[in-house]
Design a protein around this ligand. Structure first.
Ligand code: ATP
Ligand code: MG
Ligand code: FE
Length: 334
């Protein structure tokens, strides 16, 4: 079964052709980062305009690279939400037009489910499982008792981890998005600031990163005010150590409580080297019977392949959307 999947929830225009939810025939991702860089963040109007300009070509490229035509495709899947409404609408409109014109079923897929199902390209998902979703807009622990069922075990009460990375990166004067650069810098510095590990001792699986973000930004501002030398590599290393400590600690605890055999990492921040290493080590040490799946870097950030993976389960259930589908910017998982 072939699914043409479309993703346009934020600043990546992407289309992919996926076979049986597990095999990538093509996965074209057009990033708009260069256009948003000079604004230090994603500008929604600029993002929608880019999506409009790119989407037809990206879809054609994805079919071409997969060496298939619309006649071969069994369904069209699209990210329904969450994301920026103007960006989502471009993908949703394109998917509806294609589904209508070629008389194919339409599948409305959740972007966060997509991040989780990206792991299906590595190995089949085995349930129950726990997924740590860390991205630009989300930081959550998701328990899945079975395919297609999501239970939010814990989530951030304020900023997402990626958001904190990007905001601190901006104060440090790094190009947007700061996450990737700070990750590289962190490996050349020391955790000498010992920033707070918020909520690490609390008896729940929630996170909070805004206090940490403020501590880091205050540290930078104070040093600048006093004209003190500040090593940005140490700042990055100290911030990253605090983020990783909390994420790993709570994930291990939740995996123990939920007694899962499978643990997945998902979302843009899953590309973080410090997090990948620390989680791998912690699982080996504390949960040797648990298998940890981490997606390759190419599947951590936004891409349509992951939407095609998540949509395949919906396809099997014949969970199809009608042609009056609308974008849902605040769509939840549960
Ligand atoms: P969401 O998925 O929550 O809707 P999004 O789609 O905008 O949000 P993603 O594309 O999944 O987010 O992830 C982008 C985020 O990942 C950015 O905040 C970026 O800085 C961060 N990121 C990417 N690489 C790294 C890295 N190596 N270390 C830390 N953060 C990273
Ligand atoms: Mg993005
Ligand atoms: Fe995302």
């Amino acid at each position: 079964r072939l699914i043409l999947a479309i993703e346009s929830s934020c600043d990546e225009t992407s289309a992919a052709v996926i076979k049986n939810g597990t095999e990538i025939l093509s996965n074209i991702v057009a990033s708009q980062i260069k256009s948003h860089m000079r604004f230090g963040g994603v500008v929604p109007e600029v993002a929608s305009r880019h999506h409009v300009e790119q989407i037809t070509q990206i879809i054609e490229l994805s079919l071409e690279e997969a060496a298939v035509t619309m006649a071969d495709v069994d369904a069209v899947a699209v990210t329904e939400g969450p994301g920026l409404v103007g960006s989502l609408l471009i993908g949703v409109s394109a998917a509806k037009a294609l589904a209508f014109a070629h008389q194919k079923p339409l599948i409305a897929t959740n972007h966060i489910a997509g991040h989780i199902y990206a792991n299906q390209f590595i190995e089949p998902l085995v349930f129950p499982l726990l997924a740590l979703v860390v991205s630009g807009g989300h930081t959550e622990l998701i328990y899945m008792p079975e395919d297609g069922v999501f239970e939010v075990v814990g989530e951030t009460r304020d900023d997402a981890a990626g958001e904190a990375y990007d905001k601190i990166g901006r104060v440090l004067g790094l190009p947007y998005p700061g996450g990737k650069v700070m990750d590289e810098m962190a490996h050349q510095g020391q955790d000498c600031y010992h920033f707070p590990r918020a909520m690490i001792k609390e008896d729940n699986y929630d996170f909070s990163f805004s206090g940490l973000k403020s501590s880091v930004i205050n540290t930078i501002h104070n040093a600048r005010q006093k004209n003190e030398e500040l090593d940005p590599y140490n700042v990055a290393a100290s911030f990253q150590a605090a983020v990783v400590d909390v994420l790993v600690d709570k994930t291990i605890r939740a995996a123990k409580e939920k007694n899962v055999k499978k643990l997945l990492l998902a979302g843009g921040v899953a590309a973080n080297k410090g997090l990948r290493t620390a989680l791998t080590t912690a699982v080996e040490r504390e949960l040797p019977e648990v298998s940890l799946v981490i997606p390759p870097l190419s599947l951590c950030g936004d891409n349509a392949a992951m939407i095609g993976a998540a949509a395949f389960y919906q396809y099997k259930k014949q969970d199809f959307a009608s042609l009056d589908l609308n974008a849902r910017p605040g769509l939840g998982l549960e």
